[in-house]
Design a protein around this ligand. Structure first.
Ligand code: HEM
Ligand SMILES: *[C@@H]1O[C@H](CO)[C@@H](O)[C@H](O)[C@H]1NC(C)=O
Ligand SMILES: *[C@@H]1O[C@H](CO)[C@@H](O)[C@H](O)[C@H]1NC(C)=O
Ligand SMILES: *[C@@H]1O[C@H](CO)[C@@H](O)[C@H](O)[C@H]1NC(C)=O
Ligand SMILES: *[C@@H]1O[C@H](CO)[C@@H](O)[C@H](O)[C@H]1NC(C)=O
Ligand SMILES: *[C@@H]1O[C@H](CO)[C@@H](O)[C@H](O)[C@H]1NC(C)=O
Length: 330
């Protein structure tokens, strides 16, 4: 009985601790309730326009939030132009996209409420809308982030995981920003929409000189499809293919079904379900759960997205509200 009690006290303390750390970051769902209540309507409309023009933009915006938040926190640092920009870091160069759409949204928001809404918050709202308009879940976003004053190209090169990394190595990058293995599996579900350049994964599918046989985990029809679609060695590595070949534009749990079928595009995707990594034993049951229960995936994805969007935000008087997302205010 005594033990039970102290267990309860401990979990109460833990809950308080978590609540306090959320409170300290000061993000709130009603942050713009009086200063810019129109922001939600404006962002939704601009994202809708962009998606009508090109469906893939939803995926590109989602990836931008991931790449922004893992580098100096969710501070809009990915939007800054320049030689030292994060845009030119290896994980972003020639693949991060959606910057013009963010400019368009920012212009629309500025004309309604000048100097009020940060680029970091605009991306957070636009990302939620992108997921929703792709058939995914809706959720209330926490707001009040301010924009950072520096880009961190070195940080972008070191904090963002690559498609051939082990789960252990990816997990380390996630735990560095306060996320855990459940978040790795749930957020990897972002690969249910969008595309990738052949050049970043094709060695898995071909026996290019020196790279060995194709990965034996690949399902046969996918193997021949990719071999027919992606160019041979020294071809145009910029050609793109869908991350989820069975429902590229729909935000659902098909990504996890693909993994159980040997239809993951990246080694880092496939290893969540099959392969010889020790952590696969822990991630596979989560993949199975999400593949069977779409709602459970969507709920966990939302939980992890809120956690990710809460990484080290600048609040209060830190940073600034950028006028132009591409450069710090003068
Ligand atoms: C777990 C480690 C991850 C790795 C190794 C990884 C790797 C990649 C790579 C290599 C690409 C293609 C880039 C290119 O074409 O050059 C990509 C695209 C994408 N990633 Fe990830 N990613 C990871 C996690 C995430 C997370 C957490 C999200 C969001 C929640 C995400 C969302 C996306 C989306 C939506 C795209 C497609 C973007 C577009 O079509 O423009 N990824 N990822
Ligand atoms: C850049 O990111 C790295 C890795 O997160 C961090 O250690 C470093 O302090 C950051 N530098 C700046 C100038 O923010
Ligand atoms: C990760 O954190 C969430 C809370 O955000 C928790 O529910 C989950 O059990 C954790 N997963 C692991 C593997 O620790
Ligand atoms: C891969 O190609 C090399 C020569 O380029 C060849 O020796 C080897 O047998 C091939 N492996 C498979 C599995 O086809
Ligand atoms: C992909 O496109 C970029 C930018 O246009 C170019 O610099 C690069 O050489 C291309 N890469 C490949 C593998 O064709
Ligand atoms: C583990 O699997 C990968 C590909 O799935 C393979 O390249 C690697 O050699 C394997 N490692 C061991 C120790 O079996």
């Amino acid at each position: 009985m005594k033990r039970l009690c102290s267990l309860k006290v401990y979990s109460l303390l833990l809950t308080l601790l978590i609540l306090c750390s959320v409170a300290r970051s000061q993000l709130r769902t009603d942050f713009y309730a009086s200063s810019c209540p129109k922001v939600f309507r404006i962002v939704r409309k601009e994202v809708q326009n962009a998606i009508t023009n090109e469906m893939r933009i939803a995926a590109s915006l989602l990836r931008l939030q991931f790449h922004d938040c893992f580098v100096n926190g969710c501070d809009g640092s990915i939007f800054l132009d320049g030689d030292d920009s994060e845009k030119l870091a290896f994980p972003n160069r020639n693949s991060a996209r959606g910057f013009e759409v963010v400019d368009t949204i920012k212009t629309a928001v500025e004309s309604a409420c000048s100097g009020i809404v940060s680029c970091a918050d605009i991306l957070t709202i636009a990302t939620r809308d992108s997921v929703l308009l792709s058939g995914g879940p809706n959720w209330k976003v926490f707001l009040g982030r301010r924009d950072g004053l520096v880009a961190n190209q070195t940080g972008a090169n070191s904090n963002l995981a690559g498609p051939t990394e082990t789960i252990q190595s990816i997990l380390t990058k996630f735990t560095n920003v306060g996320l855990n293995l459940t978040d790795v599996v749930a957020l990897s579900g972002g690969h249910t929409i969008g595309s990738s350049r052949c050049g970043v994964f094709n060695t898995r599918f071909f026996n290019f000189s020196g790279t060995g046989a194709p990965d034996s985990r690949i399902e046969t029809s996918m193997l021949s499809d990719i071999q027919n679609t992606c160019p041979a060695e020294n071809g145009d590595g910029n050609k793109t293919v869908p991350l989820d070949r069975n429902s590229v534009d729909l935000f659902d749990n098909q990504y996890y079904k693909n993994l159980l079928d040997g239809q993951g595009l990246f080694a880092s995707d496939q290893s969540l379900a099959t392969g010889n990594e020790t952590l696969t034993e822990t991630t596979r049951p989560i993949v199975e759960l999400y593949s069977q229960q779409n709602q459970r995936f969507l709920d966990d994805f939302v939980t992890s997205m809120i956690k990710m969007a809460n990484i080290s935000p600048l609040t209060g008087t830190d940073g600034e509200i950028r006028k132009n997302c591409r450069k710090v205010n003068s």
